[in-house]
Design a protein around this ligand. Structure first.
Ligand code: BGC
Length: 251
């Protein structure tokens, strides 16, 4: 028997919603309902903290004292949030692990959202037992990425910020850019092709995993994308952030 925790709470902080659940860390499955509260407007740290408290409360007595992994759309290093694309600037330089840990009275670990999704795929999904180098990409409001090498996460890769015409490429190639520009799936697939071509030229991955909300409908764009490495959809979609963030507690 090991003393490692077998359950943890995962909280996924997104642009529109904050979601949480209790995760079985051995199976990578949810043991509770998934609870959700809209992300407070402006997403400042104090507002996000009070919403996180409410979410934990909604999970009920089973959630008491469980450690928490939180995933978040920013660079996170040693528990400090270091960037703020699409969220409040107040997160830049914030000791998120310390501040949330103290307020919630338990162990808290923050992780980048795409890294959390990558961890979920690495432990319980498309990248499990995959030798070599896997790149997970999440297509949503931005483009997130996770580098997974020989069973380990190399955090904070931020491929959505590769430069394209003077801007971050995610501004042009994310799933939200497709909706904003009201373009067809095939036009969007051309933009994605450009993104994956750059990624392959720079990093030569052995496998590419595609996650994010749009991976629910891969037939609309994935067959139009050609890559050297196999490209597959993520196994965990809606719950990837929650499961991956919670599983961080074991690392
Ligand atoms: C952020 C990343 C995040 C991605 C997906 C980007 O704008 O810089 O940290 O992983 O969006 O949410």
């Amino acid at each position: 028997m090991t003393n490692a925790p077998q359950r943890a709470i995962g909280i996924d902080i997104g642009g529109t919603g904050m979601k949480a659940g209790i995760v079985d860390l051995l199976e990578g499955t949810l043991l509770s309902e998934r609870v959700r509260i809209p992300t407070p407007k402006g997403a400042t740290p104090p507002d996000v903290l009070s919403t996180a408290k409410q979410l934990v409360g909604l999970l009920g007595p089973d959630a008491e004292d469980l450690p928490i992994g939180v995933c978040f759309p920013a660079v996170v290093k040693n528990g400090v949030t270091l960037s703020a694309a699409n969220i409040s600037d107040e997160w830049i330089g914030l000791d998120a692990d310390g501040r949330f840990g103290e307020a919630l009275g338990r162990d808290i670990r923050f992780v980048n959202d795409a890294d959390a999704a990558g961890l979920a795929e690495l432990k319980f999904g498309a990248a499990r037992d995959q030798p070599g180098f896997t790149i997970m990409t999440t297509l949503g409001t931005g483009i997130g990425s996770a580098f997974l090498f020989d069973g380990k996460l190399v955090p904070n890769s931020e491929l959505g910020h590769l430069e394209h015409k003077g801007e971050s490429i995610e501004r042009w190639a994310s799933a939200v850019a497709r909706e904003r520009d009201d373009i067809s799936w095939s036009k969007w697939a051309k933009r994605l092709q450009h993104f994956y071509d750059r990624v392959e030229a720079l990093f030569s991955p052995d496998l590419i995993v595609v996650g994010g909300g749009v991976s629910k409908n891969p037939e609309k764009f994935l067959p139009m994308i050609e890559t050297r490495a196999p490209i597959v959809t993520a196994v965990h979609r809606n719950n990837a952030g929650i499961i991956g963030a919670a599983s961080l507690i074991l690392s």
